[in-house]
Design a protein around this ligand. Structure first.
Ligand SMILES: Cc1cc2nc3c(=O)[nH]c(=O)nc-3n(C[C@H](O)[C@H](O)[C@H](O)COP(=O)(O)O)c2cc1C
Length: 132
């Protein structure tokens, strides 16, 4: 959920809060619902039943993020559980991420020590597959 890193399915209080939020967001004809899933921060992966329950409640576009691979994204999109995948650190580390995913090339590893650091290092110095 936006702005939250809570272990979504584990606490009844959080669960009630998030279901309320999703139902309210569903009424508002938004461009999309963005799920920032727990995996990327060491949490448990979301279960299919949980994704299906969100689909049942939220009628619009669902974008998911959280340590996704192309395979995982294609699987969940193919099964209708999400509509698109967002990539955060992967995009920072791979200026040509879309091309790399398209040709199944290896990805540059993200260097998290440069997040929020001063300067361009860790933002503009990752190599392209083919230097433009
Ligand atoms: C340095 C950093 C800062 C982030 N700040 C926020 C934030 O302020 N709010 C938020 O909802 N998610 C934040 N995230 C989470 C990302 O939006 C995203 O959900 C997460 O990185 C997983 O995406 P991934 O698919 O690229 O692994 C942050 C992630 C990183 C690495």
């Amino acid at each position: 959920m936006p702005g939250s890193r809570s272990p979504f399915p584990q606490s009844p209080r959080y669960r009630a809060h998030h279901w309320f939020s999703i139902r309210e967001l569903a009424k508002r004809n938004l461009a999309y619902l963005h799920l920032s899933e727990p995996d990327w921060a060491g949490g448990k992966p979301l279960r299919d039943e949980f994704r299906q329950a969100i689909r049942a409640v939220y009628p619009g576009v669902i974008i998911a993020a959280g340590a996704y691979t192309a395979e995982k994204g294609e699987d969940l999109i193919g099964r209708g559980l999400i509509d698109a995948v967002a990539f955060g650190p992967c995009f920072i580390a791979n200026p040509d991420l879309v091309e790399r995913l398209r040709v199944q090339a290896p990805l540059n590893a993200h260097r998290a020590q440069f997040d929020y650091a001063n300067g361009a290092e860790g933002y503009t110095d990752y190599p392209f597959l083919k230097q433009p």
